[in-house]
Design a protein around this ligand. Structure first.
Ligand SMILES: Cc1ncc(C[n+]2csc(CCOP(=O)(O)OP(=O)(O)O)c2C)c(N)n1
Length: 279
């Protein structure tokens, strides 16, 4: 079985690659991806959570992962690269004209993505539909969806949250709950209130976890995955992961400005040093 330490090491590799990709592109979103590196490392490297095969992206029984907050795709590309889907040379074309690794993912250019995204708020609906499809097909693959706190400002998120409960959709949602969105702290832009209570009152099974504790991430996602694999009728599951935007790069941590800009050359060197690379 893969150890927490091995997953933590993958998370560091993923963070280094995110910083290299966004720096090379001279644009992009480093903050959210760095904040979710521990979660994505756990997903892609713990087979008890997420069943996937880098060599067979069209495997019918694979678990599905919908990325709703598409601007954070650097973390998914980097995690997929680390687990053998792509080479570093390929993902380093991130955001370049003609690259499959667009700044917002597109299934047209990269069929290994399960959804195209960038327009926020849609992913939960997509995932609920896929989860209902799983039940119709009588399959036991799981449907995961990554959403963000900023997306709770989109009405469609709440329409999907209602429908998921009504249909007892076998869906596992997890949130990048960093308290930051494009215009600043969520409490200042549009306070979200108590999201655990809100989703709970809709009828979701909700828990709040530390999104930087590998054991907590594995426990939360692993137990949700097991519950839904065994019984597709237990209803929708939500894990709110408390994360720090920019985690791992000292000057980016919890600074809203790093939602969507590229480090300059000096900042790039500082970031890589923070991540243990001598530059
Ligand atoms: C429908 C829609 N409205 C607005 C935007 C512009 N937008 C891009 S990112 C963002 C903030 C999203 O918040 P969050 O995902 O929590 O940001 P992060 O934690 O990654 O900083 C917004 C409003 C968008 N992409 N789609």
């Amino acid at each position: 079985m893969v150890s927490d330490q091995q997953i933590a090491e993958q998370a560091v590799k993923i963070r280094r690659l995110i910083v290299r990709m966004v720096h090379a592109a001279k644009c992009g979103h480093p903050g959210g991806p760095l904040g979710m590196a521990d979660i994505f490392a756990s997903l892609y490297f713990d087979p008890e959570i997420f069943r996937h095969n880098p060599k067979r992206t069209d495997w019918p029984d694979r678990d599905r992962l919908i990325l709703s907050n598409g601007h954070t795709c650097a973390v998914r590309y980097a995690a997929m690269c680390a687990s053998g889907y792509f080479t570093e040379k390929e993902v380093m074309t991130f955001r370049k004209l003609g690259s499959p690794f667009q700044g917002h993912p597109s299934t047209k250019f990269l069929p290994a993505m399960e959804n195209s995204s960038g327009s926020l708020g849609q992913g939960l609906s997509t995932a609920v539909g896929l989860a209902l499809g799983r039940r119709v097909q009588k399959k036991n693959y799981n449907v995961f969806v990554c959403i963000s706190d900023g997306e709770c400002g989109e009405g469609m998120t709440w329409e999907a949250a209602t429908a998921a409960v009504h249909h007892r959709a076998p869906v596992i949602a997890f949130m990048d709950y960093n308290g930051i969105q494009i215009d600043g702290f969520t409490r200042d832009v549009c306070d979200l209130g108590d999201l655990e209570k809100k989703f709970g009152s809709f009828g979701w099974q909700v828990e709040t976890r530390n999104g930087h504790s590998i054991p907590e991430i594995r426990e939360a996602l692993g137990s949700a995955a097991e519950r839904l694999r065994k019984n597709p009728n237990v209803g929708p599951q939500m894990v709110l992961f408390k994360t720090v935007l920019g985690k791992g790069v000292s000057y980016m941590e919890n600074v809203p400005g790093w939602h969507g800009k590229s480090p300059n050359d000096e900042e790039f060197k500082r970031a890589m040093r923070d991540l243990g690379v001598a530059v």
